[in-house]
Design a protein around this ligand. Structure first.
Ligand code: BTN
Length: 340
């Protein structure tokens, strides 16, 4: 049923796999290079090479001449079984999690699955993306082993013009999950970013396929920085980006964060379908980052300074351009800068 089994049982298994087993068996204690070499049937030089390879995969291994090697920390692995075990009974994603070690983009994969008839409630998750997509044609940096990249395939019975509300539903679910797991306050920046303090920790990319009057499917992609450190961010965004680890002061198990998000999302989504938008809207307004602030809005190929006046009942940004008498309601755009 799941064509992509839990990694690392896939491609990279060869690299240091047996060495990893030995170190994990006795994690935290010293094992001599000679003993490891004997058990692996290799030279001590070959052991050293494999240790270096494991370190490149994120294992923290101490090595001391005379004492040997000691495993201090293993990378946080995503395993489908663990994610499923953390989901409450009846969660619609529990039976349809497709986990990839590496993929171009989970959004692209979920869209392709949708085109070939996959049902609502499929979640595509990857450890790393080679062509992660951000908004406005940008790239989403997707380093392996530390963050979450997940796309949800939905077929909501709503008209296409209502689809942007799903970004609000998703943002609120993500904020709730982050707050519950990490104990930090999350803020939401219209239309699709999650902030911790004044820095971005997650982005949402919703892509839909629709006829004029009917949604065929929506793919909601979420990229959440879980265990990134500043050095993981490329230079241009280092000053603007954060992660749960940076804000919360410790590392987090990605499976736990993901399961909490899938739980929160399933609840928020069914409330939205059953009762409409008010609940999500209230959750967004409680966390809105921009209300009352000066913002630079990029909209229809122009950039304009003004004041953000919150989000209306349709999820549109209420924006008062500088010098204007009346606010505008912005359906789509981007806030590229904001002041206090
Ligand atoms: C943004 O620009 O802020 C939105 C970023 C969305 C990134 C996520 S990562 C999982 C999913 N797959 C993609 O290719 N993009 C989204």
């Amino acid at each position: 049923m799941f064509p992509h089994p839990d990694f690392p049982s896939g491609g990279r298994r060869g690299t240091g796999h047996r060495l990893r087993r030995i170190l994990e068996e006795r994690a935290g204690t010293w094992i001599s290079g000679r003993e490891i070499g004997e058990r692996l049937g290799t030279s001590r030089a070959a052991v050293w090479k494999q240790v270096r390879a494991l370190r490149r995969e994120g294992f923290l291994i101490e090595g001391v001449r005379g004492a040997g090697y000691r495993l201090v920390e293993s990378p946080d692995r995503l395993r489908e079984e663990e994610i499923r075990s953390l989901l409450p009974r009846g969660n619609p994603f529990a039976g349809r999690i497709e986990l990839h070690e590496a993929i171009d983009s989970t959004n692209a994969r979920a869209a392709a699955m949708a085109e070939s008839g996959a049902p609502e409630g499929t979640a595509v998750v990857a450890d790393t993306q080679t062509a992660g997509r951000g908004r406005m044609g940008r790239r989403w940096e997707s380093p392996a082993g530390i963050n979450l990249y997940v796309s949800l395939l939905l077929r909501p019975p709503i008209p296409p013009q209502e689809a942007p509300k799903l970004t609000v539903v998703t943002g609120v679910a993500l904020a709730e999950a982050v707050e519950e797991v990490a104990g930090v306050a999350a803020r939401l920046k219209w239309p699709n970013d999650l902030y911790l303090g004044e820095r971005k920790a997650a982005g949402i990319l919703a892509e839909m396929s629709a006829d004029p009057d009917r949604l065929r499917h929506v793919v909601i992609g979420v990229g959440l920085n879980v265990n990134s450190l500043p050095a993981h961010f490329p230079e241009p965004i280092r000053e603007k980006a954060t992660s749960l680890r940076i804000a919360g002061g410790r590392t987090f198990r990605r499976a736990e964060v993901l399961a909490r998000f899938l739980d929160r999302f399933a609840r928020g989504y069914s409330a939205f379908l059953a009762e409409g938008f008010p609940e999500a809207l209230a959750g967004w307004r409680r966390r809105s980052l921009l209300d009352g602030r000066r913002v630079l809005l990029r909209h229809r190929e122009t950039e304009l300074w003004g004041t953000a006046r919150g989000v209306d009942g349709e999820g549109r940004l209420v924006f008062l351009p500088d010098g204007a008498a009346r606010p505008e309601r912005i359906v789509s755009g981007e806030v590229v800068a904001f002041g206090g």
